[in-house]
Design a protein around this ligand. Structure first.
Ligand code: AHG
Ligand code: MN
Ligand code: MN
Length: 328
């Protein structure tokens, strides 16, 4: 089946691409297509709002806090509403795990999929016109449909993802996703209102020279991470850190590089969330030929105990991640 598929050309619309590749999906193919369509649709609405930020009153803090006790921005809340609404209407999702809600949200109990989402990643960059993103993971539920959602549906390991991806609201807007058969990137063509294939079969260079880390925190990193950062400087690597995980990841995926958010003295498990930040990007990284660990263990094998669990994160070009780990 795999061999007979015709490679679609650059410019192919996302919908057509999804349909053409449906047979790769081991479950009812229409369901995943619908889910991806729902996510794409919500992202177009968010994209429109992101582009209008500054003109209408959607910038700045909401005055409330999210699950991690961080200040919610108006666009965090708005994006969460847009994705929740699209997934509710689509009908395929039974539960939603989101950075913006403390416990999971019940959607359609007849749905077969659990979605974990960071509706808006890089919130600190919203007000300053710097790239931000959305990150999503899709899991198949384990309990029978119609039953109440259980821990086994919600707390799945990254290896159990059936699809994952991100949307980058950058100098152009892109949707990048995997269903476990490689990684493909689509650019939003706003005059058509469509995502079109622009980056087929994305692979990350095995090695690179870019390191991305919030070095301002380095006094509180472990000795091994500090030593690796010295190694990067001794070898004239280039530092690039946007502070939007999606944007930093995307650049390194295209150019080769490593992104690190390690444990700090304050945050013993780092800052990033396993279920709606790291798992999706780890799945994409591995599918593109890269590597993602917590400094020792594969991210995709970490068994979550909590929806909002944090983990140290080392992701990017395989050789660079292995080198960083070797100082551990
Ligand atoms: P979010 O906006 O979803 O809360 O995520 C912010 C994350 C991530 O995007 C970024 O890489 C990281 O926080 C930046 O943290 P520091 O400011 O501590 O470097
Ligand atoms: Mn985030
Ligand atoms: Mn967020």
């Amino acid at each position: 089946m795999e061999a007979s598929r015709i490679a679609l050309p650059i410019g192919t619309a996302l919908d057509r691409f999804i349909k053409n590749n449906q047979d790769q999906f081991q479950y009812a193919s229409g369901e995943l297509s619908q889910l991806l369509r729902d996510i794409a649709l919500a992202s177009k609405v968010v994209n429109r709002e992101v582009n209008k930020a500054g003109l209408i009153d959607i910038m700045g803090p909401m005055g409330s806090q999210n699950s991690g006790g961080e200040q919610q921005q108006k666009l965090d809340v708005l994006a969460n509403i847009r994705f929740t609404r699209a997934l509710t209407k689509g009908g395929e999702a039974c539960a939603l795990i989101s950075e913006e809600t403390e416990s999971f949200v019940d959607l359609n109990n007849d749905g077969n999929y659990v979605i974990a989402i960071d509706p808006l990643d890089g919130s600190s960059n919203i007000d300053v016109n710097v790239s931000i993103g959305t990150i999503f993971s899709i899991y198949r539920r384990k309990s029978p449909v119609g039953q109440p959602i259980q821990d086994q549906d919600i707390l799945q390991t990254g290896d159990e993802q059936v699809a994952a991806g991100y949307i980058l609201y950058g100098s152009s807007t892109m949707l990048v996703y995997t269903t476990g058969h490689g990684v493909n990137g689509f650019t939003y063509e706003s005059t058509l209102g469509e995502y079109v294939l622009s980056h087929p079969d994305m692979t990350i260079p095995a090695d690179g020279r870019i390191y991305s880390v919030n070095e301002g925190l380095s006094n509180s990193f472990s000795e091994s991470v500090k030593t690796y950062l010295t190694y990067c400087k001794d070898n004239n690597y280039t530092a690039r850190y946007i502070g939007s995980l999606v944007a930093d990841f995307h650049r390194n995926l295209l150019k080769g590089g490593i992104y690190i958010y390690p444990a700090t003295a304050k945050d013993k498990m780092g800052k990033l969330r396993l279920m709606y930040e790291c798992n999706a990007l780890a799945f994409l990284a591995e599918q593109a030929g890269g590597r993602a660990t917590d400094g020792k263990n594969r991210i995709l094998e970490i068994k979550p105990k909590d929806l909002h669990q944090r983990t140290p994160f080392f992701v990017g070009s395989t050789k660079m991640v292995e080198k960083a780990e070797s100082f551990g």
